[in-house]
Ligand binder design. Structure first.
Ligand code: SF4
Ligand code: SF4
Length: 580
């Protein structure tokens, strides 16, 4: 055990406020893994909300684990120290439950690294009776847990606030009754929103194509996503502040969850329906009670400018002279008050996401934003004193043609011209990502576009603005995009490759794919059969059967789907109402 590692963790603790540490033995310990750096993990509001929720039970002590940086990893290895928690520097393997927040596909291998460092068996089937239960939640677990199925004892499908409590109650009760791991897992498999993969067997055809998921006797055939109907029943703000995070000492507060805009590429829009807003008075109360060291308030939500009382909330922040920032803006719900309030808080760049350059493509994706909305955002940002404009686009979207890229280039040039017209001499930054098909969206059957084509389109756009002094094009690494797409639409076999990558190839997923004779581009570039079962079809997001296929048809016909509205029952999610 290295004292140096322990001391470094203690230095991290010294910079925190709000940490809850309990005396050994006072509560049952639960390890909470965020499979990336401390810096990134601590900026995740989901982690902060669940940390508070678990500790508020009174019987459980939640202790965090993050991925150590390169240097710390070497220290751990040299000193043969098992991975330690932040709160009490206790080894991972000593916990009876390990909860994991999985937000990004590219963190899958980080989780395996952390389990290895913590001396916890990677494969759920091989973990012994006394080893911790590994329970994975977060967006990735909700939309396609299959690539991680070999490593998880259970998954939380949907939002975790209620489910984490039902799981802990069930595990504690079963353990007190002396039940075996298998018995505990069988009881978990029958809780709402809990998927226990060992009781579900994927069936493949002769060509190795996934055909169906077979559920064992005694467990439900489908697992229903859980979502919190009344957000105000749960905390929605930072539990711990730290000067060591991405957003230094920022007090993050959730104003709304889910989004009712129906963009057809957006997993969050489909898996976290319906849109819900927190009570304004409660938000203001939480802001008033924030720790004194808060530098800024961060308003969080899928589309913050859609929050029904955004005007009242920003007025309160401006009047109280509290600097703030917003996680996301829709160009069509922006107004001068909000733009001025953001500029007043020090924001220098207005960021909006038209996502596609041509009107046709924006209809395909149901973005519902016109070019005029973008011009309006430019004018408002400039009038409010914000110099720079940043626009997010995607390329490789289903049905995209070269002409859509030409139209995107023309649109960027028109936005630049608009900036010049209103005497805005700032920069226009264009951030372009490749579209990745995600489960439970109307585009889930669509392929990832060929890398060659994506590169060609990236180059065309970059070339078009090479001589422009104040237009900057940012593109992403396509290598990572391909691997992300492979994992997003992977089946359980992909878990075997992840295992090989972690145990044989030093975490090199690409090499493991190669050894397994899988061409990642080909795998990500498959068009899935709309009439066949998919590796995630046994999960139930609450959407009516055929809803996604109907949306895909509407996309091809450029038909608009209007946003969610009160008393709407269109997609199936709001059919059942319940409290809590
Ligand atoms: S506005 Fe569209 S992209 Fe943004 S969160 Fe909502 S559905 Fe997703
Ligand atoms: S039923 Fe209507 S309001 Fe509810 S999530 Fe679906 S589309 Fe939105």
């Amino acid at each position: 055990m290295s004292w140096e590692i322990k001391n470094k963790i203690k230095q991290v603790l010294d910079k925190e406020e709000g940490t809850q540490i309990f005396a050994p033995g006072a509560r049952r310990p639960l390890a909470f893994i965020y499979p990336n750096s401390y810096n990134i993990g601590m900026s995740n509001l989901g982690l902060q909300i669940l940390y508070k929720e678990i500790n508020s039970r009174g019987d459980t002590a939640c202790e965090r684990f993050f991925l150590p940086d390169k240097k710390a990893k070497v220290d751990y290895m040299k000193t043969k120290t098992p991975l330690l928690s932040i709160e009490t520097q206790r080894p991972l393997a000593d916990f009876e439950i390990i909860a994991v927040m999985m937000s990004f596909e590219m963190d899958y291998l980080n989780l395996l690294t952390m389990l290895k460092m913590g001396k916890v068996g990677l494969l759920a089937a091989e973990r012994k009776e006394k080893e911790p239960l590994v329970i994975i939640g977060g967006p990735c677990a909700t939309f396609n847990p299959e690539p991680l199925a070999n490593f998880a004892d259970a998954f939380v499908i949907g939002e975790g606030e209620q489910t984490v409590n039902t799981i802990l109650d069930a595990v504690y009760q079963a353990k007190n009754e002396g039940k075996s791991k298998e018995e505990i897992l069988l009881s978990l498999a029958n809780l709402p929103g809990v998927y226990v993969p060992r009781f579900y067997k994927p069936v493949y055809d002769n060509e190795g194509e996934f055909v169906a998921m077979e559920a064992a006797n005694g467990v439900p055939a489908t697992i229903k996503r859980q979502w919190v109907h009344k957000l105000d029943s749960y905390s929605g703000n930072s539990a711990i502040l730290s000067s060591d995070t991405e957003f230094e000492n920022m007090y993050i507060i959730e104003v709304a969850r889910g989004c009712g805009r129906h963009c057809r590429f957006c997993m969050a829009g489909y898996c976290f329906r319906r849109p819900r807003a927190r009570d304004l008075d409660k938000i203001i109360e939480a802001i008033k009670e924030r720790p004194a060291r808060t530098k800024k308030v961060g308003l969080m939500g899928a589309a913050v400018s859609d929050y029904p009382q955004i005007k009242e909330l920003t007025k309160f922040l401006v009047d109280a002279e509290i600097p703030f920032t917003v996680a996301s803006l829709r160009a069509d719900s922006l107004d001068i008050e909000l733009a001025e309030a953001l500029a007043h808080s020090g924001q220098k760049t207005m960021t909006v996401a038209p996502e596609a350059g041509s009107e046709r493509m924006r209809k395909v994706i149901n973005k519902g934003i016109s070019e005029d909305d973008i011009y309006k955002a430019v004018v408002l940002a400039t009038a409010a004193g914000m110099k720079n404009i940043k626009l997010y686009y995607m390329i490789g979207l289903p049905t995209e043609e070269d002409s859509d890229i030409d139209e995107m280039i023309a649109m960027v040039a028109r936005v630049r011209a608009k900036m010049d017209e209103v005497a805005n001499k700032g920069d226009l930054v264009i951030s372009i990502n490749a579209f990745v098909p995600k489960p439970f969206t109307p585009f889930q059957w669509s392929p990832l576009a060929p890398v060659k084509l994506l590169k060609k389109r990236f180059n065309k756009i970059t070339e078009a603005f090479r001589k422009e002094k104040h237009v900057f094009i940012q593109t992403e690494s396509l290598k990572e995009t391909v691997l992300q797409a492979v994992l997003a639409r992977g089946d359980r076999n992909m878990g075997n490759i992840l295992y090989e990558a972690a145990t044989k190839y030093d975490g090199n997923f690409k090499q493991a794919l190669q050894e397994a004779d899988i061409d990642p581009e080909e795998y990500a570039g498959r068009t899935l059969d709309i009439n066949k079962s998919l590796p995630w079809s046994h999960l139930d997001m609450g959407l009516d059967e055929g809803y996604l296929a109907a949306e895909w048809e509407k996309a091809k016909n450029l038909a608009f789907t209007i946003p969610c509205f009160e008393n709407c029952k269109r997609c199936g999610v709001c059919k059942e109402e319940k409290d809590g």
